[in-house]
Design a protein around this ligand. Structure first.
Ligand SMILES: Cc1ncc(COP(=O)(O)O)c(C=O)c1O
Length: 404
């Protein structure tokens, strides 16, 4: 018998596993605002609301493309000139590749989704760092696959625990995600760790998914692509204009499939999936060429601004009794830890901080850490003056929270 016309249209079960705390927590913040309190948002890694500007030559490239009539669909892997610019850029960073192995995507996010969709079956496992950028677990949940969480260790600068990772590799493991520089921890991995990860993946026939969206935001300068350490290893690199080129809303990204013939079928599968979504936003593809072939001096200023904020954040967090924070080495995130009283969770802390101090962070369990471990993520893009003010409020609230 069919359902009565008044009953709700059912939602697919896979949606329940798809969680993305960075956005979900905003609903709580809106309630706090509706009750009359100002909220300061340290939850989303978007530099634009904090006064950082998209470089004018990128804006001009998009505007020109629109004026010149480039408003139709592009070929599904993207326009030739931007694919060439991406391939050339990788070559200058020590990773030789060709434009036919580059695909332009709607941000890094779509690249991740295309690659996971191309290689992971229902019931498979993918090695994902914990804490992790949550899109990986969300997409795996949608596919019906599982994240096998490998530890990254705050006692060692949030570097991957390679031994732990090795023990997680099993018959259903398909791929290994490496996020470097890292969101949410701000870690930058040394080459010896990167080589150990490549060696493990290579030996076990795992695809390496190298999320390099923050590669140009290491405080000691850009980090080289993971694949540059072993150009024949099975690596797919992902990046975009979102962070280092200050244009997150444009959804302009790319992926590059390593040159190894072991990846030829994966490349064909990704292209096949990419055909179905027609193309990434067309006019923004022209900005990719402008970004990768033009002036990048904004990055020097941006890195300097971030390094100042990272130092301030680490110093102020470590000065709060009951709080510890590993110094970030890149990107714009820190992952402090508060020593929670028994029975309390990271979410209790973060919601209290929001409701009582009007500061919105994201609880660590949204990135896969245990709720009792007391981690939370801070996005430190606000001005040093504003951050200083905010950290006063975090300190006062933490004192009250821990005294309860
Ligand atoms: C590690 C990581 N990967 C991917 C993304 C998504 O970036 P994009 O805007 O390029 O889709 C983000 C965004 O915050 C991120 O932090």
């Amino acid at each position: 018998m069919s359902a009565p016309p008044t009953s709700a249209i059912p939602v697919a079960a896979r949606v329940h596993g798809f969680t993305y705390a960075i956005r979900n927590i905003v609903a709580e913040a809106k309630k706090v605002e509706a009750a009359g309190r100002t909220v300061r948002y340290l939850n989303i890694g978007d530099p634009i609301p904090f006064g950082f500007h998209t470089p004018p030559h990128l804006v001009e490239a998009v505007a020109r493309a629109m004026r010149d009539g480039h408003n139709g669909y592009t070929p599904s892997p993207g326009i030739a000139e931007a694919r060439e610019a991406v391939a050339h850029d990788f070559a200058t960073r020590g990773l030789p590749t060709t434009p036919d192995r580059v695909i332009l995507t709607s941000g890094t996010s779509e690249g991740i989704e295309l690659a996971l969709g191309a290689v992971v079956n229902e019931g498979d496992e993918v090695l994902v760092p914990v804490p992790t950028y949550p899109l990986y677990t969300a997409v795996l949940a949608k596919i019906g696959a599982h994240a096998a969480y490998y530890r990254t260790d705050p006692a060692h600068g949030w570097l991957p625990d390679v031994e732990h990772l090795r023990r997680l590799i099993g018959p259903r493991t398909r791929a290994m995600v490496v996020i470097d520089p890292n969101n949410p921890t701000g870690a930058v991995y040394p080459d010896e760790i990167r080589r150990a990860l490549i060696e493990l993946a290579d030996r076990h026939g795992l695809l390496l998914l190298a999320d390099e969206v923050y590669a140009d935001l290491g405080y000691d300068g850009p980090t080289t692509p993971l694949g540059s350490l072993a150009p024949d290893a099975p690596v797919i690199s992902f990046s975009s204009l979102s962070k280092a080129y200050l244009a997150p809303g444009w959804r302009a990204g790319w992926l590059a499939v390593g040159r190894s013939s072991r990846l030829d079928e994966v490349l064909a599968a990704i292209k096949k999936l990419a055909d179905g979504r027609l193309c990434s936003p067309g006019p923004m593809q022209y900005a990719i060429t402008a970004a990768l072939t033009g002036d990048r001096s904004h990055q020097v200023a941006f890195r300097e601004a971030l390094a100042v904020r990272a130092e301030l954040t680490t110093r102020r967090m470590n000065a709060i009794p009951g709080m510890r924070c590993v110094a970030p080495r890149g990107a714009f995130y820190a992952m402090p830890q508060v020593q929670l009283p028994p029975g309390r969770t990271d979410e209790d802390f973060v919601l209290g901080l929001l409701r009582e101090a009007g500061v919105l962070c994201v609880y660590g369990s949204g990135f896969g850490t245990a709720p009792a471990d007391g981690f939370f993520r801070v996005v430190y893009l606000a001005s040093p003056e504003e951050l200083s003010d905010i950290y006063d409020a975090v300190g006062e609230f933490t004192g009250r929270f821990l005294a309860r």
